[in-house]
Design a protein. Structure first.
Length: 313
């Protein structure tokens, strides 16, 4: 695609997901037999890129990922999987000194999950990666960020895209133990925490739209220009800095909540790249997240544009 093609760029993590399915989560010291296991593409950066690319299959929009993988089998697996989704992988650096990140995921019979992540190459991402991918960051119409890479690199990437007028969407996951730097808050256009992340960032557990509104005001005061709070089965609250709204949950039967938030953020980026008004874009994103819970896997759970339109009809 040419340099004039709209670009959605994800800057973040790549993992290989090792997923097992059990009836109930094991207790400390307990050994359980899983019904099956799967190996697939994961990591919040890769998930968001893959989900956006799947949504953009029939759209004149380019989706790329800037990230690090190891010089190992998992790194090759990840790049091949990304390209199969339609993601441009030129900005993915093959790191000879660190292995590819992995995530150990356990999913119970209710579709809930617990995850252990080994960051590996993801944690080696630094300002050098930002410099190497400066042209991609400056060209990005929308930049998708997450916090599975060091904060300094995330903040530097946000600054690069904001300088050239791109839109920055930050999924503050996982919430770091240290405070988010002021430089990052000031370069975030849209912050998209879920319930747990909202509670960690504000001290408010958003179980109602009213509580979400209170939390959003705190987050807006920190510098973000718009807030979207993902409340799972309770729906989605949004505030664009001047107006607010609430999107009721879609009626689906969830089997796996892994990467639902990543598909949400990808949907939000794609909808905004198509110039949908903010409330409509949030509803589109909510549909993407809901559909992701009806399928197994992380990146593999991402819906198509047609899937979303059917749910929205």
């Amino acid at each position: 695609m040419s340099d004039t093609t709209p670009l959605i760029l994800s800057f973040g993590s790549v993992n290989i997901d090792l997923t097992v399915r059990v009836d109930t989560f094991p207790k400390a010291g307990e050994t359980l037999h899983a019904s099956n296991y799967a190996v697939g593409l994961g990591g919040k950066g890769a998930n968001q890129a893959a989900a956006a690319a799947r949504l953009c299959q029939s759209l004149p929009t380019q989706v790329a990922l800037a990230a690090r993988v190891g010089s190992d089998h998992f790194g090759t697996f990840a790049r091949d999987a990304l390209r199969a989704f339609g993601v441009e992988t030129t900005p993915v650096y093959c790191d000879p000194d660190h292995p590819t990140g992995i995530a150990l995921i356990t999913v119970d019979r209710n579709g809930e999950n617990c995850i252990t992540v080994v960051g590996a190459a993801n944690m080696a991402v630094n300002e050098v990666d930002v410099e190497k991918n400066a042209d991609w960051l400056k060209r990005a119409r929308i930049l998708l960020l997450q916090l599975e890479c060091p904060l300094a690199s995330v903040a530097a990437a946000a600054a690069q895209t904001r300088q050239t007028g791109g839109l920055v969407i930050l999924d503050p996951a996982p919430v770091p133990t240290e405070m988010l730097p002021t430089s990052l808050w000031q370069n975030v256009d849209i912050l998209t925490p879920n319930e747990t992340e909202t509670a960690l960032l504000t001290g408010i557990q958003p179980e109602t739209a009213e509580q979400a509104a209170q939390a959003a005001q705190i987050l807006l005061s920190k510098g973000a220009r718009a807030i979207v709070i993902k409340m799972g089965g309770r729906g989605t609250y949004w505030h664009d800095g001047t107006q607010e709204g609430f999107i009721p949950p879609f009626k689906v039967i969830p089997i796996d909540t892994v990467a639902a938030g990543d598909c949400f953020n990808a949907g939000l980026a794609v909808a905004l790249s198509k110039d949908l008004p903010f409330p409509q874009a949030v509803r589109f994103a909510s549909a993407c997240g809901a559909l992701a819970t009806t399928r197994k896997g992380a990146a593999d759970a991402a819906p198509t544009w047609e899937d979303v339109q059917t749910l929205l009809a």
